[in-house]
Design a protein around this ligand. Structure first.
Ligand code: PLP
Length: 458
């Protein structure tokens, strides 16, 4: 086959190109400089009638596509939750694409299901979570949380499955929760008016006494409290909700407890950081994204569930064509997707290549770098720290107006050297520096801080 000859020839070249790219993504600007529609306008409006050689396609990739890439692999990408891919994971993606194994059923590729089960058990062990939890890989935390809320809904109202969801179900989460929680509740018909945004304290943690009051008020009004979502590592400031107290309320009130630890859970692989998951053993479900801080490229989100039979109740529906009698576990019974990519393969490559120690070393080093930066910012007269840097993110601001901070953010990102982000919490604008890339070093942060000081003086 011609395409295999091309693949062999071109594949070697491409692996070299990828290795060079991963070695020094700094050759590219961290933020794509293009304007909206520039990439689309540079491409033909209709698809090609005749095929083209790979050389030509790759030349266009370099000419048209690459300029439209914001380089998450760049060490100076310090926005949102910066993260990193890793060479072993990239190779695993190549294998997964080549195998094209679609885990719609256990029998359609037993290894797809079983590697998922095994790697997710390894992670439970590494994070000190209950070994008995069921785990499945989905694309994103947003999808995982949607599944968790659907399980919560059917647990509270089993009639949902056949008769549809009753009105008046209420979900509780903090005012710092990720928007995916409210979006999930919205999509599942709770109605935004039945999502309670519980206030947070000065360190951005949900206030359990406000949760209790909100539940009491809703019960008195004849509503049906159903689910509480606590966060370990909130999106803006990486704060940790008081999970033990929230779990106790959930137990007493018979609410489904979902934990969103999408970003932060990876840190619990470090023995000295295990404390961050205190109380999470009581959760009914728990989401964590290896694609955020575990060297696995997007997408890979893990949903754990203490009560998988409830997920089945919410999602299992087996048409004749998919009935099997082999006794294998079919992941389709626990969630929305039927087709499933072999995502566990990249996770397995990463866990085996680095080992628990190697993963811990990368995260530990990033935590240390961020603490050093936090100290430096705290010691800087013109700046203040806005939230404790518990993980790999530091939130700070220039002492001055929001406008001055916004101008500083624009100047830093406009320099073309760095990409940092901002947020508004409790009405205050904060600048965020997030370290998550293996190439980000102390020298990167030193240059960034000197740049920020210089630009703020200007
Ligand atoms: N939960 C938290 C705490 C997050 O910070 C994010 C994204 O940053 C999400 C959920 C959503 O993640 P995803 O993009 O995987 O849906």
């Amino acid at each position: 086959m011609d395409e295999l000859r091309d693949f062999r020839q071109f594949g070697h070249k491409l692996i070299d190109w990828v290795a060079d790219y991963l070695e020094s993504p700094q050759k590219y600007p961290v933020l794509s400089p293009v304007s909206p529609n520039e990439i689309a306008d540079a491409l033909p409006a209709v698809g090609p009638e005749r095929g083209k050689p790979l050389d030509e396609i790759f030349a266009d990739f370099q000419r048209v596509i690459l300029p439209g890439i914001t380089h998450w692999n760049h060490p100076n990408f310090l926005a949102f939750f910066a993260n990193t891919s890793s060479p072993p994971a990239v190779l695993a993606e190549l294998l997964a694409a080549a195998l094209n194994a679609n885990g719609i059923l256990w029998k359609t590729s037993p290894a797809v299901t079983e590697l998922e089960i095994v790697t997710l058990r390894w992670l439970l062990d590494w994070m000190g979570l209950p070994a008995s939890w069921f785990g499945m890989i989905l694309d994103t935390a947003s999808t995982s949380t949607l599944h968790a809320i659907a399980a919560a809904r059917v647990a509270a109202a089993p009639e949902t499955r056949d008769a549809g969801a009753p009105g008046g179900l209420v979900l509780y989460t903090s005012d710092q929760a990720h928007s995916s929680v409210e979006k999930g509740a919205m999509a599942l018909g709770f109605g935004r008016s039945n999502v309670r945004s519980i206030g947070s304290d000065a360190e951005f943690r949900m206030r359990p006494e406000l949760l209790r009051e909100a539940i009491d008020r809703d019960r008195a009004a004849g509503l049906r409290p159903c689910c509480v979502v606590a966060t370990v590592g909130t999106t803006s400031t990486t704060s940790i909700d008081p999970v033990p107290a929230i779990a106790e309320i959930a137990r007493r009130e018979n609410l489904w407890l979902h934990i969103d630890a999408a970003y932060a859970a990876s840190a619990a692989i470090l023995p000295e950081m295990r404390w961050i998951l205190e109380g999470c053993e009581h959760a009914d479900s728990f989401v964590f994204n290896p694609h955020k801080w575990l060297m696995v490229p997007v997408d890979c989100s893990v949903l754990y569930c203490r009560r998988p039979e409830v997920l089945r109740q919410a999602f299992s529906l087996v048409p004749e064509i998919l009935k099997t009698s082999d006794g294998g576990l079919n992941m389709m019974d626990y969630g929305i997707p039927l087709g499933r990519r072999f995502r566990a393969l990249k996770l397995w490559f990463v866990l085996r290549y680095y080992g628990r120690e190697g993963v811990a070393r990368v995260i530990r080093d990033q935590l240390a770098m961020v603490r050093e930066l936090e100290k430096r910012i705290a010691a800087s007269e013109g700046f203040e720290i806005c939230a404790p840097a518990l993980f790999s993110v530091v939130c700070f601001r220039l002492r001055g107006s929001d406008e001055a901070n916004r101008a500083l953010l624009d100047a830093v990102n406009g320099s073309g050297r760095f990409f940092i982000s901002s947020t508004v919490v409790h009405g205050r604008l904060m600048l965020r520096i997030a370290v998550g890339n293996m190439l980000t070093s102390r020298a990167t942060l030193d240059e960034l801080w000197r740049t920020i000081e210089r630009l703020s003086a200007a």
